[in-house]
Design a protein around this ligand. Structure first.
Ligand code: ZN
Length: 213
């Protein structure tokens, strides 16, 4: 049983609901605690992190997997940058597993995976770019790299194949992490309707930040 001390939402310095299918970007300072809540359950939260000091340093799925020798993310995982430096540490996770292999949906992949008629549908890569359209972020199309899919269930089969499965998350499940450096967090609250990553029904998620204790 976890003895982790869960902070009350009323004491958060930031509290925001990202609507279904919307994007979001926000700074999180070193030492601050960041929580993402899957409000209604079974929602994929596509997430990227960049160093605030230099956005050329960013979350690296490959370095994170290599460092922890595990393809799934959960409590204890240190999210590593492409310079092999700790960006955030996952402190608490009552969902139990998060994906960093499946990538983000795009108009192009929707077209290839599903049908030409799916091309117009909303996709995470567009939401990422809309979220960082303010020039102050200094993040563009080439910076959208392999991401985290919080609450998304992408098991690897014994044959080494990736499958998008119905979620293992549930309403009010959350993941909480501590920033180890100043970061910009960019989220696409996934609008995907063609596979079960959102249970075919995208829903809102909540993001909260607490100052360092
Ligand atoms: Zn998506």
């Amino acid at each position: 049983m976890s003895t982790y001390n869960i902070a009350a939402p009323e004491t958060a310095v930031y509290n925001h609901t990202i609507l279904a299918g919307e994007g979001w970007a926000h700074e999180i300072k070193a030492g601050q605690i960041f929580r993402i809540v899957d409000l209604e359950g079974n929602q994929a939260v596509d997430t990227l992190f960049y160093s605030l000091a230099d956005t050329a340093e960013r979350y690296s799925a490959a370095d994170t997997i290599t460092a922890q020798r595990n393809i799934y993310l959960t409590a204890g995982t240190v999210l590593m940058s492409n310079l092999r430096r700790p960006m955030l540490t996952i402190l608490e996770d009552n969902c139990g597993r998060h994906d960093t292999l499946g990538g983000a949906c795009a108009q192009e992949s929707n077209q290839v995976r599903y049908a030409i008629e799916k091309r117009h549908m909303h996709a995470c890569r567009n939401s990422f770019l809309l979220a960082v359209r303010d020039p102050k972020w200094n993040i563009g199309k080439r910076d959208i790299t392999a991401n985290i899919n919080f609450f998304m269930n992408v098991p690897v089969t014994p044959e080494g194949k990736l499958t998008f499965e119905d979620g293992i998350s549930d309403a009010s499940k959350f993941v909480e992490m501590r920033a180890e450096m100043d970061v910009i967090c960019v989220i696409s609250n996934c609008p995907q309707l063609n596979n079960p990553c959102n249970a075919y029904n995208p829903t809102p998620v909540q993001v909260l930040i607490w100052d360092a204790q």
